[in-house]
Ligand binder design. Structure first.
Ligand code: SF4
Length: 233
């Protein structure tokens, strides 16, 4: 797993090379020399310049992007079948974000591992994922092929989310938002019907009834009482 915040995900008291080595010590039976060799190989693999020097640095001596590369090196050290990346680029500037996403995709292609990317950034998901699950309050609201779902959303929440992404064409116009806020957890846990109802722009009459997932003609699923979902909301 790659965590969101690399500064708190790494131990500030240990050099990063030591932290990557720790992963190999736990997951393999390799000797000291071989571990050292593999640490440098992993750091080179995640495109850290001069791995020998980088391995001897503490986390605070590296940039956010370099630290995220170390986190990725640790995550792939045990040769995983599945990588869970939780907002891996949130704290990074746009250029570094692109580099890290490119690196993750390359690693995925090379190794064949699966990847679950958790993100609130629609453009990151569009660039990176084949399939998407749009979650609200712990429930799947819509799922299907990422390109299809994000281009033509059919659940009121997905549609409102996409509309809320600011674009240059909106210059001079008010930004779209989703009205209201996410209710406190205790309140949401008591809801038996639609968890999105309080914020739904087109709330239906049946919103108090439990909402099962419905499968649409193109194979995607939505959790909404409206048959076929919405179009052009
Ligand atoms: S079930 Fe009703 S209230 Fe809930 S998202 Fe669909 S239309 Fe809106």
């Amino acid at each position: 797993m790659i965590f969101q915040d690399s500064i708190s995900g790494l131990n500030p008291l240990l050099k990063v090379g030591r932290q990557v080595a720790e992963t190999l010590e736990i997951h393999t039976r390799l000797g000291r020399e071989e571990i050292r060799r593999q640490v440098l190989e992993l750091l080179a693999h995640v495109r850290l310049e001069d791995p020998e020097i980088a391995a001897g640095k503490y986390p605070h001596q590296l940039s956010g992007g370099q630290r995220q590369r170390v986190m990725i090196a640790m995550a792939i050290a045990s040769d995983p079948k599945l990588l869970i990346a939780d907002e891996p680029t949130t704290a990074l500037d746009v250029t570094t974000q692109l580099q890290i996403l490119g690196l993750l995709q390359d690693l995925q292609r090379e190794t064949g591992m699966g990847m679950i990317l958790i993100s609130h950034d629609v453009s990151v998901i569009r660039q990176t994922c084949q399939e998407v699950l749009v979650m609200y309050s712990g429930q799947v609201m819509e799922s299907g092929l990422a390109d299809r779902v994000l281009r033509h959303p059919r659940h009121p929440y997905t549609a409102a989310l996409i509309r809320s992404v600011a674009g240059v064409e909106q210059k001079g116009h008010p930004l779209h938002t989703i009205r209201g806020t996410v209710a406190p957890l205790e309140q949401r846990q008591k809801v038996e019907g639609c968890v999105f109802a309080d914020r739904c722009q087109i709330r239906c009459e049946r919103y108090r009834e439990p909402v099962p997932l419905q499968t649409l003609e193109d194979g995607r699923q939505i959790r909404c009482h409206r048959k076929g979902g919405v179009e052009n909301l």
